[in-house]
Design a protein around this ligand. Structure first.
Ligand SMILES: Nc1ncnc2c1ncn2[C@@H]1O[C@H](COP(=O)(O)OP(=O)(O)OP(=O)(O)O)[C@@H](O)[C@H]1O
Ligand SMILES: [Mg+2]
Length: 508
């Protein structure tokens, strides 16, 4: 070989080395070179950052912190097959959110010039987020499919039950009229009715899960319901179970059917109690604002924790399915969590479960806060005031009056649009006369009086209830106001109690 040739070969070698170096340094995942003995011989910077003492260790020690090989080890397969092998590996390394880290691992063989595998390049990419999203999507799709199916079946089932219950009752009545005296037959009919009623309540549960039942959502505080359920739990749970509650009363309102939130909590607490049956334990219920989630929204977190049996990991994905139960037929139908899931997800919320066998479980329900607590509520307890819901148009040319009255009304549960200009108020009202359920107006305003405003508003909607608030009793007599179509008339300054009572008459 002449020296020119040698130089060319050296140049080509250098270039090839430089290319490899650029690839390796540019790659921001984990890169490890394993020898035939499966021990790490070389690692890139990223690997060193995550696992500083990886050199000399085998893959299961590095990724899974365990001493024995995994059954589907890609490196082992690569060594035997001499081909590129892939695997997805969940590791024992936990991230900030308590989830496992999931790696996509590729084992690529390095061969000598006889084709024998002399080393293996391991490439690992962290796909935890992708894995979590996929799992979440699969779960949502599954629950939706089951919901649609169950809803359809339940609906038809109701149609089948109607004649069963109806005719049984008719037969019973007819027998009574005809003087049929065989008590045993009456008892049989009674049993049919009992069974049909039980079926009806099961159907109701399925319909709740599958979102086809009518719900009566209102804007409400969850804490009174939590307290009520805890009272109930105290009287039903054995004294071997200690109950602890931590309730923040100032975490705002959610938009939900009170009966349903009651069901959610009862189901979670009952499950917790079952998991601790026959031994000592603690049931811990917490209500508060959730830690900021980064999406800019406020979430209310209602959690139920127990120190019971715990749930096996492979079952965690299934517990929300309808009819999934590990309890005996007589004690559980498996509809509890399915219903909880249906109610919470319909409200735009979600549930997180963490559990450890032998230690216990925690179910955390997150619901979007629909209305934050107002400044007034932070100062005054509104417990015994009449609350309600509905849309109110509030008009007063004093900015501060609009502000404070608006805030009181909101704290009572109403939605309020405040205006300081009666003309603007009319314009707004005219765009959608049925948007508001009540008009509250001041009497004396510069642009238009409250009576003039009322008249104009009534042109668009004659039946809108109107409350007139006045500072001067002698300016307009009550009679004149009622003649002008005003439903209520009151004097400033109006107390919170008075306001809550008056508005409650129309919207409570
Ligand atoms: N706190 C908990 N601890 C341990 N296991 C639980 C807990 N909550 C739920 N599970 C498991 O999830 C399963 C499903 O719960 P779910 O509430 O849907 O039905 P169930 O309690 O079995 O019956 P039902 O609520 O209809 O009476 C239970 O059978 C149980 O195995
Ligand atoms: Mg249950």
């Amino acid at each position: 070989m002449d020296s020119n040739n040698k130089q060319e070969i050296l140049d080509a070698l250098f270039e090839s080395e430089a290319q490899k170096k650029a690839i390796v340094e540019g790659f921001n995942g984990i890169l490890i070179l394993f020898g035939r003995d499966m021990k790490a011989q070389w690692i890139n910077k990223e690997t060193h950052k995550r696992y500083p003492d990886a050199l000399g260790k085998s893959c299961h020690e590095i990724f899974c912190s365990k001493s024995e090989k995994c059954s589907h080890c890609a490196f082992q397969r690569c060594l035997t097959s001499g081909a590129i092998e892939r695997t997805t590996q969940r590791t024992g390394i936990f991230g900030a959110d308590g989830d496992e880290t999931v790696f996509d691992i590729t084992a690529s063989p390095v061969k000598d010039r006889y084709g024998k595998v002399c080393a293996i390049i391991g490439i690992a990419q962290n796909v935890t987020e992708q894995y979590r999203l996929e799992r979440q999507l699969r779960h949502t799709q599954k629950m939706e499919a089951i919901g649609t199916l169950a809803g359809g079946v339940a609906h038809d089932f109701n149609n089948v039950l109607t004649p069963i219950m109806g005719y049984t009752e008719i037969i019973r009545l007819k027998m009574k009229q005809d003087g049929f005296g065989d008590q045993a037959v009456y008892d049989y009919l009674e049993e049919i009715l009992k069974a049909a009623k039980r079926a009806k309540s099961l159907v109701e549960q399925v319909l709740t899960f599958s979102r086809s039942i009518e719900k009566k959502e209102v804007l409400l505080y969850v804490h009174p319901i939590v307290k009520e359920v805890m009272k109930l739990m105290r009287s039903t749970l054995p004294s071997t179970i200690v109950i602890s509650e931590e309730i923040d009363e100032h975490c705002g309102r959610v938009f939900i059917d009170p009966v349903q939130i009651h069901q959610v909590l009862i189901n979670l607490c009952t499950n917790a109690a079952h998991a601790m049956a026959g031994r000592h334990g603690m049931l811990k219920v917490r209500l508060g604002l959730a830690a900021p989630s980064g999406d800019g929204r406020d979430w209310l977190e209602l959690s139920v924790a127990d120190t019971g049996t715990g749930i096996e990991e492979k079952m965690l994905d299934r517990i929300f399915e309808p009819y999934f139960t590990t309890k005996e037929k007589t004690s559980g139908t498996g509809m509890g969590l399915a219903m909880v899931h249906g109610i919470v997800s319909r409200q735009g919320g979600f549930i997180k479960v963490e559990s450890e066998i032998g230690k216990g479980s925690i179910f955390r329900v997150f619901l979007p806060v629909a209305q934050k607590e107002t400044a007034i509520e932070q100062i005054v307890s509104l417990g015994d005031l009449k609350s309600g819901s509905g849309n109110i148009l509030l008009v007063d040319d004093e900015e501060q009056v609009v502000q404070v009255t608006g805030e009181i009304l909101q704290s009572l549960g109403y939605t309020v649009v405040g205006k300081t200009s009666p003309r603007e108020a009319i314009e707004l009202f005219a765009t959608d006369p049925f948007r508001f359920d009540l008009l509250i107006t001041d009497l004396t305003m510069a642009e238009l009086t409250g009576l003039e405003l009322s008249e104009k508003v009534k042109v668009y909607r004659p039946d809108i209830p109107i409350v007139l608030i006045t500072g001067y009793s002698d300016q307009v007599s009550k009679d004149a106001a009622f003649e002008a179509g005003i439903n209520e008339y009151c004097m400033k300054p109006i107390s919170m109690r008075e306001l809550s009572n008056i508005v409650g008459k129309f919207l409570g």
